[in-house]
Design a protein around this ligand. Structure first.
Ligand code: GLA
Length: 693
């Protein structure tokens, strides 16, 4: 709900309130974010006196700070006008409100620039979305040096701790917590994609844990270079600005043009658990593409770890037969099926079937997969080209490059200049043809290297390539989805290099990490679950063992079944007993997957803090739940650990079986007393179904 009183604007969700205002000078003020207060108490503060050491603009809380005047801290927007003036000086023009949307309109006092701040409330998820529109009302270009999506002010004068997930390839989503007492905290990407290393969001908290404490969070929906910068001043004001990175940034807005920044989704909750549950619900209902957001994800098999580049009709059919027997619903052939792709040195760009590997074409395999009762999916890496490819030989100028510089090849490949229309057309046509000519129901869209030699001679303002590349990817994915609505598309970038909310607005799911070691995955998946929906998190059972501790097949299933289950091991090497274990777990997963993919997640115990992972998923009606317990060896003799459940209805009675013993207890008992368990031994794992009596 949005209420406007004079120039005070109150945005309300079920449990939170966000208040802003404008004053007679045209300044936009941030007034409140958090629990609900009486709206009559709010007024815009008087801007104080300023002297040479105390700038008034530095001191007050703004919703969106332009560069200029005596403002010295970080700003949200900075532009250069035709005469070289690099200051923006805004006046307030009015507002518009419709349903859950509010816009506040400002324009420069002298130059033809209009800036609109947008807000949209999603009341039942307690989420607010923010973005900014800039419009050039003049007849010469305006160049932005900075153009962020939103600025936030936190209420307490005491320092906040900033949680983020940092990492690397094979170690995505590893939590970090940084206390910001003074100076700045920056999280960013300069790689062209959001990347494995830092994530485009902040989670700022005080005295918080899973169940309580103030938690403020905001995530940027953008897969390109981003920057999240928080600053805390001597007076205890903590501010955060999120947006496209101002590194190598120059954004040309031509006469008459309008531009919407990427959106930001933000919220305030008590505890991290509620934050995750609100964001999961919000993403599934409002963010994920509508073609698949409410559909259960199929159990997939992916051939990468079994056959790598050595795919052919025979070995894929052999894998497909076993996959079908154990209950797989979607068979995905990974890299190696096209061009001269026998290793990573050739073929990218040539999206035509390799006739040596598939003499009778792709359909020979697809028809067999379909006859086995499975859908067929395929791997592509459309933004890339190998120098050893027909595409590169025909169009050596289609990559980002400088004629005077040698290309840095990473994984022997170069990045296609996706800002060129001819490149976009080529990529779109290849994929559209592939999907039109074959019964393909799923695409794994990979992106295996960051950018370098970022020359784009086709662009008047080459720094715009960072944004335009990302936009081109989104546009092509959207066009393909519009023409092939039954095809699901997964975002992969060497594992989890592009799993941000921008990607989630276009792709249906993501590849979480190339690291499928179950022990590492406990941590990687927890970090992913903080803000991103479980439904999108592909998790495979494979044979890899990076942690140097082999895990039982049941243990690996326990971890992978906590996401969108996939199988990636070499099934031809599995024993009859292994295949029985696969069958049993896949069948159980099909039973519980509505809970996992659409339920509410409760992280009852944490593998790092408690040595035990204890996650629980509960349906909306609180009639069904599934709990996963896993420990990869515990210290001391964990003879009796009280396992207290969450998210149930205190009044309802439930049954559950653990270790062959059946219990019937009230929700109140299960949540407040719990069941004592002996958690010991290698690869301890249990899956507990909890049902209302
Ligand atoms: C990337 C992906 C893998 C696999 C390979 C294929 O590394 O993350 O899952 O698809 O590419 O080359």
């Amino acid at each position: 709900m949005i209420r406007c009183k004079n120039t005070i604007f109150v945005l309300e969700t079920q449990n939170t309130q966000y208040v802003l205002g404008v004053d007679k000078y045209g300044y936009n003020h941030h007034l409140h974010w958090g629990k609900k207060c009486d709206i009559n108490d709010f007024c815009t503060p008087q801007i104080g006196d300023q002297n040479s050491n105390h700038s008034m603009l530095d001191a007050f809380r703004q919703e969106y700070t332009p560069f200029g005047k005596t403002m010295y801290r970080g700003c949200a927007v900075k532009a250069e006008f035709f005469d070289g003036c690099r200051e923006i000086n805004l006046k307030y023009d009015g507002y518009a409100q419709k349903d859950d949307c509010l816009e506040l309109q400002f324009s420069d006092t002298v130059y033809p620039l209009a800036i609109t701040l947008h807000y949209q409330t999603y009341a039942d998820c307690d989420i607010i979305s923010r973005w900014v529109t800039v419009k050039n009302n003049g007849d010469t270009p305006i160049y932005f040096e900075k153009l962020c999506s939103a600025e936030f002010n936190l209420p307490s004068a005491n320092p906040y701790t900033f949680k983020n997930t940092n990492g690397a390839w094979g170690g995505e989503n590893i939590e970090t917590n940084t206390l910001l007492e003074g100076g700045a905290w920056v999280n960013e990407s300069r790689r062209g994609i959001s990347g494995h290393n830092q994530s485009p969001y902040f989670i700022a908290y005080q005295n918080a844990d899973e169940k309580s404490g103030d938690v403020y969070f905001a995530t940027l929906a953008y897969s390109g270079n981003f920057k999240v910068k928080a600053e805390r001043d001597l007076f205890g004001k903590t501010r955060i600005i999120l947006g496209m990175n101002d590194f190598d940034f120059r954004f040309q807005l031509n006469a008459g043009e309008t531009f919407d920044t990427p959106k930001v989704f933000c919220g305030y909750t008590q505890g991290f658990g509620e934050m995750s549950r609100q964001m999961h619900k919000f993403a599934v209902e409002n963010i994920l593409p509508k073609s698949h957001n409410d559909k259960l994800l199929p159990v997939l098999y992916n051939s990468w770890e079994a056959t790598e580049f050595d795919v052919n009709c025979e070995n894929q059919t052999a894998l497909a037969k076993i996959a079908a027997e154990i209950g797989v619903e979607l068979f995905v052939m990974d890299d190696g099926w096209f061009g001269k792709r026998n290793n990573d040195r050739a073929g990218l760009g040539d999206w035509f079937v390799n006739r040596e590997k598939f003499p009778n074409g792709l359909d020979a395999l697809i028809n067999q997969v379909n006859a086995l009762g499975m859908d067929f999916g395929i791997w592509v890496e459309p933004e890339m080209v190998n120098a050893d490819s027909d595409l590169f030989r025909a169009h050596p100028d289609w990559t980002y490059h400088y004629d005077t510089r040698e290309a840095c090849e990473l994984r022997n490949q170069r990045v296609l200049n996706m800002t060129r229309e001819d490149v976009q057309e080529y990529v779109f046509n290849c994929l559209h043809t592939l999907l039109s000519e074959h019964n393909i129901k799923y695409i794994k869209w990979d992106m295996n290297r960051p950018f370098s030699e970022t020359g784009a001679e086709n662009l008047e303002c080459p720094q715009m390539l960072w944004y335009l590349h990302t936009k081109a990817v989104y546009d092509i994915v959207d066009q393909l989805k519009a023409l092939h609505p039954d095809v699901a598309i997964e975002s992969c970038a060497s594992g989890g290099g592009r799993t941000d909310y921008g990607a989630l607005m276009h792709f249906d799911q993501v590849w979480t990490s190339d690291n499928t070691d179950a022990i590492d995955r406990m941590v990687i998946q927890k970090g992913y679950s903080l803000l991103k929906p479980i439904k999108t998190m592909r998790a495979w059972v494979t044979d890899i063992n990076w942690y140097n501790k082999p895990c039982t097949l049941d243990f690996r299933f326990n971890i992978a079944m906590q996401g969108a289950l996939g199988i990636g091991g070499n099934l031809t090497k599995y024993t009859e007993k292994d295949l029985e274990i696969c069958k049993k777990n896949i069948s159980l997963y099909k039973q519980i997957r509505p809970l996992v993919q659409f339920g509410k997640l409760y992280r009852n115990m944490d593998i790092d803090k408690d040595e035990i992972l204890f996650n629980q998923y509960v349906n909306a009606e609180k009639t069904e739940s599934v709990a996963f317990i896993a420990a990869n060896g515990t210290r001391f003799y964990k003879k009796s650990v009280p396992m207290r459940f969450s998210g149930l209805d205190e009044q309802k009675r439930y049954t559950l079986s653990i270790n062959g013993k059946t219990y019937e207890k009230s929700g109140a008992y299960l949540m407040n007393v719990g069941i004592d368990l002996e958690v010991r031994g290698a690869d301890y794992n249990r899956i507990i179904l909890i049902n209302q009596v």
